[in-house]
Design a protein. Sequence first.
Length: 193
Amino acid sequence: MDDNNSLFVKFFRPCFKWRDVADAARTTIRMPEGTKEPGSAWKRRILLAEHSPIRQMVFKWKWSNLKYWVSVHFVRHKFGIEHFVSTQRTDRTGVNRESLPQNSVVEHECFANAQAMIFISRKRLCHQASPETTAAWRLVLDEVKKTEPELYSVCVPECVYRGFCPEFKSCGYAATEAFAKAREAYVNGTPTD
C-alpha cells in the first residue's frame, strides 16, 4: 500500500487484440476473417453500438487505499466484471471487523470487459454519484485513455449517453451548455478535453 494512504490505481495492460474484436464482428455477419487492422472510426462505432464483440476487450486494474464504502459502490456492478476485495475477516487480519469504520481502506482488484466499463461510467460519472466514487473511477478511465482513446470517448454519464437526465432528482447538468458540448462530443466523436 501507499505510504501516505492516498488512493491510487495500478492499471494492467489491456488483455485483448482489436483484430480479434473485428474478426468476431465479421463472424456475426458471415464475413471471412480480415487482414486489415480496424481504424479508430470503426473502433468508436462498434463501441457506441455496444455490439457483443466488444466483450472481448478485457481490462484489469487494482485500487489501493480505496475506502470500503466506495468499494461497495463498485461491487454493485456485476455484469461483465469480477471483483476481488481484500478481506476484513477477523481470523485473517487479526483486527475485530466489528470495530472497523466504513472508511477503512481496502484493496479492490477488477477485470472487466468494455461493455461493463461503458455501463459503469454511465452510473459513476453521473453528478449524483458520490465524488469519491467518481474520483476512483476517473483514475481507471485516465489509464484507459492512454491506450484506448475510443473506449474512453464513449465512457460518459447517463445523461450524455441518453440525451436527457433519467434521475428522480436531477442535478441540472442536462440543462447546461457544458452538457450540450459533452453530448455533441459523444455523438460526433469530437474530443472535449
